[in-house]
Design a protein around this ligand. Structure first.
Ligand code: DGL
Length: 302
């Protein structure tokens, strides 16, 4: 069994998974973390599931090499496409973000009418609908792909702070342009008309837009982000396996990205994580591809 001082491995198509990492770090401050953002290939959302599945397997293989004790797929699109196969192959436990979000939504809804927004890959995979209805078949889900929210976050993070951001919420670290509000209304008004009382943010970028989304759907709609629930699952899994880092363990955070723009990654990542992303490492796509090939060869040989 893996030692408790080993890191937790987390990955996403880019920086959105740092919203989940933030919650994990908050809940488990003694744990070391290795985070990889596949920024060069972001967004995953518009890609075919098969391709995203391969990316997920490559990055998971790379994380095994980092000697992680558990993997969190902090990306809804990668969870939808690859959780099952990565779990089947992995020597360590693997947690995705969809089941925790679905569970939180089922617990939150009273009218049993739940909205789900996410990338095209996530919504078309229908995994949220299935996950929610496997917990409560009486719930009706209403799903909409809202891909432009990803670019709004990416753009918004690159723009300077402004008063709208300050008014909308302290939690929002994204500049909300007036045009963004219009896009949000176009996406969300049809869901609002379905009388949902709960809305799942089925993309790890979206919590950064939570104040805007909440403003459009109204304060009576519960907004569910899977970050906190996922962090809880990670804590429970490690506890059950006796693998929590010991009290007082000095955590080490390591960051990596497939993008060559390490400064941009560090700067935006720090904004989302709420702590400095120091010295991110560059990992080439060739390295990721080779790691998967090596992993497959070792599996075949064993
Ligand atoms: N982080 C991704 C997710 O949760 C969204 C960004 C992308 O499309 O890659 O689905």
């Amino acid at each position: 069994m893996k030692r408790s001082s080993q890191p937790i491995g987390i990955f996403d198509s880019g920086i959105g998974g740092l919203t989940v990492t933030r919650e994990i770090a908050k809940r488990l401050p003694q744990e070391s973390i290795v985070y990889l953002g596949d920024t060069l290939r972001c967004p995953y959302g518009p890609r075919p599931l098969q391709e995203i599945r391969t990316f997920a397997r490559q990055i998971a293989s790379w994380l095994y090499e980092q000697d992680v004790k558990l993997i969190v797929i902090a990306c809804n699109s990668a969870t939808a496409a690859g959780l099952e196969v990565v779990q089947q192959e992995s020597p360590v436990p693997v947690i995705g973000v969809i089941e925790p979000g679905a569970r939180a939504a089922v617990q939150a809804t009273i009218s049993r009418r739940v909205g789900v927004i996410g990338t095209v890959a996530t919504i078309e995979s229908d995994v949220y609908n299935r996950a929610i209805r496997s917990l409560d078949a009486g719930i009706t889900t209403f799903s909409t792909a809202t891909p432009r929210f990803v670019e709004m976050v990416e753009q918004g993070l690159r723009l300077d702070r402004n008063p709208i951001e300050d008014i909308q919420a302290q939690a929002s670290r994204v500049y909300i342009r007036p045009a963004f509000q219009e896009i949000a209304r176009d996406y969300l008004n049809p869901l609002k008309r379905c009388n949902i009382d709960t809305l799942v943010l089925g993309c790890t970028h979206y919590p950064l837009l939570a104040p805007l989304i909440s403003q459009v759907v109204g304060s009576d709609v519960r907004i569910i982000s899977s970050a906190e629930e996922t962090a809880r699952d990670v804590a429970e899994m490690l506890e059950r396996r006796g693998q929590l880092a010991s009290e007082g363990h000095e955590p080490v955070y390591r960051f990596a990205t497939t993008s060559r723009d390490l400064d941009d990654y560090a700067r935006l990542g720090s904004v989302i994580l709420g702590r400095p992303v120091i010295d991110p490492a560059y990992v080439s796509l060739e390295e990721l591809e080779e790691t998967l090939v090596d992993f497959e060869q070792k599996r075949m040989a064993s």
